[in-house]
Each structure stands twice: as C-alpha cells, then as structure tokens.
Design a protein around this ligand. Structure first.
Ligand code: NAP
Length: 519
C-alpha cells in the first residue's frame, strides 16, 4: 500500500492543511517518508458532520451487520501482511515478533466484539409488563459519534483499529480517530483497511474518519466539537487530564474515558519470598522489561518486608538487572521523559540505585533500572508513586506487616495491584486485600500485571488518576458499556419497538422479563 500522508474524512482522502510532519525511526533518528499533513479545524468539523450523518444510518444496523464490519476490518488488516509490521517496527522500534503478536491481539479483539454483537444479549433488554403501571421496556443504545485517541505504546492493539475503535463500532457509534503522531504511516495503513471494510460491507460514508496531527489543536478541536458524544483516550496523565478538563468546559459535557497509566504496585508476602524467591526475581525482571517497560501495567513499585529471604531476593533481582539490555524506546520524547523521571527519582530522599542494565547503542535506549527506598521514606513522599514510563522499578523495603498496609492505604488509584504469596499469606494479609480492592481495577494473585487478556471478565481501568472514570474498562468486552446509554420505551405499540424488546423475542437474546432472566 502506497502511503499518501493524507487524512481520511469519511471515505475521502483529504489534505487541506499546510502544517506537515514526518515519522522518525526511534532506533536511528532517521526521518521516514512521506510527510503527513496535519488536519485543519475545518477537516475535523467535516469528519464529525459526516460521522453524525452516518450515525443516523449505522445505529439502525443489526448486530449481525455491524459484526460483518468488525470482521471485515480484521480481514483487511491481515491482508496488509508483513508490510504493516515492517512499517510499524520502523516507526516504533518494537520488534517484528512483538508486533506480530500485537496484530493477533488486534484482529482477535475485533472478532470477539463481532461475536458479542451477533449474539446480542449485551444490550441488557429489560421488560416490565406488571399490571399496576404502563408497559415499560429498556435497552442500551449507542451514544453517537465518538472521538478516539490512538496510543503510542500499542500502535496496533490500542491505536486506529484498537480496543476503543472495536468497542465503539460494536456499540453502534461512528468514530473520528486521532492518529498517533509517532506512527502515522501505521495509522494510515490501518485506516485504509477500515475504510475498505466500511465500503465492502455497505456501511455509510462517515462511519470512520481519521485525522493526523502533532499539535494539540487537532485533539482539542475533537473534544470541543459539539457533535462528539464521548471520548476514548490512552496516553499520559497530562494529555488525558487536559482533554477531560476541555470536555467539562463544553456547553454540553460528555464522558471522557481516559486511561492514563499507573505504577501497578506489587506486594511480595513472606511465604512467596521463602518458597519462590528465585522465580519471582526472574519473573519481575522480565515483566519490568517487557515492551521496554512501555506498558501501562508495568510493575513500577514492589513492596516487601525486610528479611533474609527478602535480601536474597533483592540480590537476585539486582543480578538480573545488571545482565538485562536496553531496548529501543518508542520516541525521543518518551526516552527523554524516562531519563528525566529516573534522575528526579534518584534525587528524592532515601532513593538509591541498586542496579542498571546495558545500553544497546540505539538513538533512544531504554536502559533497565532497579531502585530501592525504605517504606518510611516512601510514605513521606507522594512523588515516589508517580509513573516513570519505561523499564524501571522501585522496590520498597518495609519494616513489618503494618507498613505494607500503610503503603496500600496511602496509594492513589492504579490499574492493578498484585499479591504474591501462599494461600496462608493471603489469609494473614486479608486486610491488605481489602484495602487494595478500593485502589485498583484488577487485583492479581501470584501473577505479573503485564499481559492483559482480552475477554469477557477483564477490567483494565481503575480509580483516578489511573483513569478519569473508575466505572469503565478499556480492555475486554465490557468496554462496550462506555459508548451506550439506557433508553426506555413506555407504552409503545409492539410494531414500533426495536427487535430486542419485541414480545416474541425475534433475536432470541437473553432478557430480564418481569424480574426473571430469560433466553
Ligand atoms: P500523550 O502525550 O498523552 O499523547 C497521546 C495523544 O493525545 C496524542 O495524539 C497527542 O497528540 C494527544 N494529546 C496529548 N495532550 C493533548 C492535549 N493537551 N490536547 C490535545 N491533544 C493532546 O502520550 P504519548 O505521546 O503516547 O506518550 C507520552 C507519555 O505518555 C509517555 O512518556 C508516558 O508517560 C505516557 N503514556 C502512558 C500510557 C499509558 O499506558 N497510560 C501509554 C502511552 C504513553 P499531540 O501530540 O498531537 O498533541
């Protein structure tokens, strides 16, 4: 596929602007062709107007028809073949092996959402025909056009055809995507695949648009657009919070689902350090360095009580870190933020460098770092909880059980928290479990937080500042809930009701009828 550097305003390519930028290969610093034309305010406006017109038609399409679109997008992404993987690797520094896996996840989640909407029960149809009052029926329906911001760290699975796109299109929303400026060529290829799928499946022009840009104006224009009904975002705290604040200033506020990352605290309990210290040490190094530490579930804090076993564990982890090699980070900006974050951490009271890994000679090396601090110093300094995006982790040596509980109680919101231990440990530290339930979206026992499964039960979210809405998940099929609202039909004649709410249940979906679950 030949890259053009243009935006997609519905099915039409467009490049009205005069500001251009190029992708940069982070491994070499070399500029990549072609130049990309930043979308103008007018193009963003046209994209939302088309999305609104398309929504009027797309929202009426059956679950089966929308599933055909999602499946066609997955097929078209596969047709892009190795060309997509090669371009993506040059733009992100991620290895082709890593990206092959990520492509599998991307097409897998599109097809999974397809299955959910073909089956149909997700609309949560409720029918109440009790004698005392009028006939009342409700179901979930799509919100309208949604603005989506692709993430830098998952250029396929959380970008143009990623989880936000799959869940919004599945819900029946039309979308305007902001391509991530760090991988515009990958975005154009995937955007082209979506456009093709929209045409092949006969969906209205405007179901999908994609705008390019390196300045905040493009994103701000999306959030401020009066036709936007929700925003999905994955990225920095600064960016997510700025977009959230912009949305609250609109005359009509809209939900902003911003996933802004976290430090994913791990608590290593005494039984685990005694019985599996060696495996834990190796597992931790691998988890911290996965994707050059650029995962929102990267374990950035690891707390344990001081003991002989804890010191032996720390020694082992340190040996592994010294042997670990740097990888290429996604962008020069992310690499410089990582370096500055580490420098700032090392200036804090009581923080010491335990070990660091080897440079790989790339233009943007992410060198693994292992740091340590006491629980006393950690508890005295809120800054130590902040995310340093990259392959580092801060271990916290605690005096006793109550110090671990105090660490947990003082935490802000995170995506995950992990407990490693025996079942007996878990019983003894039940207070820790109770405290952590209020702090995170996913609690893990004896596993590492990296590796987020896409399934029906996954929660990838959490209290602020991990996200701007703790009620939502951005991974897994529950993510569809973000882009719908309940609509109630009171006293309607049968013929005018949506199929999901008709008396004879023509779609054969699971429903709640007069308080009873039915199929
Ligand atoms: P980012 O700076 O938050 O940018 C993400 C997207 O949001 C880009 O398209 C960016 O476009 C847009 N944006 C950011 N701030 C904006 C604003 N104030 N107004 C309008 N649009 C805005 O994230 P990034 O470039 O991917 O990485 C930077 C840092 O984010 C990393 O160092 C890391 O700390 C963090 N990060 C976290 C996660 C996570 O898992 N939560 C993932 C990736 C990155 P423009 O650049 O064109 O404005």
């Amino acid at each position: 596929m030949e890259l053009t550097g243009q935006n997609f305003i519905g099915n039409t390519r467009s490049a009205d602007g005069s500001v251009t930028f190029q992708a940069v290969n982070p491994a070499t610093g070399e500029d990549l062709q072609p130049s990309y034309v930043e979308a103008t305010g007018d193009e963003v406006d046209q994209a939302f107007r088309k999305a609104e017109e398309a929504f009027k038609v797309y929202r009426q399409k059956s679950g089966t028809r929308r599933a055909e679109l999602l499946e066609a997008i997955a097929d078209e992404i596969e047709v892009l073949g190795d060309q997509l993987i090669r371009r993506c690797s040059r733009e992100t520094g991620l290895t082709e092996g890593h990206l092959n896996g990520e492509r599998g996840r991307t097409v897998g989640q599109l097809r999974l959402f397809g299955k959910v909407i073909r089956e149909g029960s997700w609309v949560d149809a409720r029918i109440d025909t009790s004698k005392e009052g009028p006939d009342i029926r409700s179901m979930k329906m799509a919100l309208g056009p949604v603005g989506i911001f692709g993430a830098s760290n998952f250029p396929l699975a959380f970008s143009v055809a990623g989880g936000d796109t799959a869940s919004a299109l599945a819900a029946g929303c039309t979308i305007v995507v902001k391509a991530h400026p760090a991988h515009p060529g990958t975005c154009e290829m995937v955007g082209g695949a979506i456009r093709k799928a929209v045409e092949e499946t006969g969906m209205p022009d405007g179901t999908f648009s994609m705008v390019q840009g390196t300045s905040h104006e493009v994103g701000q224009a999306m959030v401020e657009h009066p036709l936007a009904k929700a925003i999905g975002f994955t990225g920095s705290f600064k960016g997510g919070k700025a977009l959230y604040d912009a949305a609250t200033r609109r005359p009509e506020p809209i939900p902003v689902y911003a996933e802004m990352g976290s430090t994913n605290p791990m608590f290593l309990l005494p039984g685990a350090l005694k019985e599996q210290g060696e495996e834990l040490a190796e597992g931790l190094v691998n988890s911290v360095n996965l994707g050059v530490g650029q995962f929102c579930t990267n374990p950035g804090l690891v707390a344990y009580q001081d003991s002989d076993e804890a010191r032996a564990f720390q020694q082992k982890v340190s040996e592994h870190f010294k042997k670990a090699s740097a990888g290429t980070m996604l962008t020069a900006g992310i690499q410089s933020a990582y370096k500055q974050g580490l420098e700032k951490l090392l200036q804090q009271e009581g923080v010491r460098l335990v070990a660091d890994g080897k440079d790989n000679g790339s233009a943007t090396p992410g060198v693994p770092h292992l740091l340590n601090v006491s629980s006393k110093d950690f508890l005295a300094n809120r800054f130590l909880e902040e995310e340093v995006f990259g392959p580092s982790t801060l271990t916290i040596t605690a005096g006793g059980k109550q110090d671990l509980v105090a660490i947990a109680e003082n935490l802000q919101g995170h995506l995950t928290a992990t407990l490693y231990g025996t079942e007996q440990d878990l019983e003894e530290y039940s207070e820790l479990v109770r405290v952590l339930q209020r702090k995170v979206g996913r609690l893990i026992f004896n596993g590492f937080p990296t590796g987020v499964q896409v399934n029906h039960a996954m929660v990838h979210g959490g209290p602020f500042p991990a996200t701007t809405d703790a009620r939502a998940t951005s991974v897994g099929t529950l993510a569809i809930e973000r882009f719908v609202r309940p609509v109630c039909f009171q006293g309607f004649p049968e013929e005018q009701l949506p199929d999901e709410l008709k008396a004879d249940n023509p779609l054969g979906i699971g429903r709640l009828v007069n308080g009873e679950r039915t199929k």
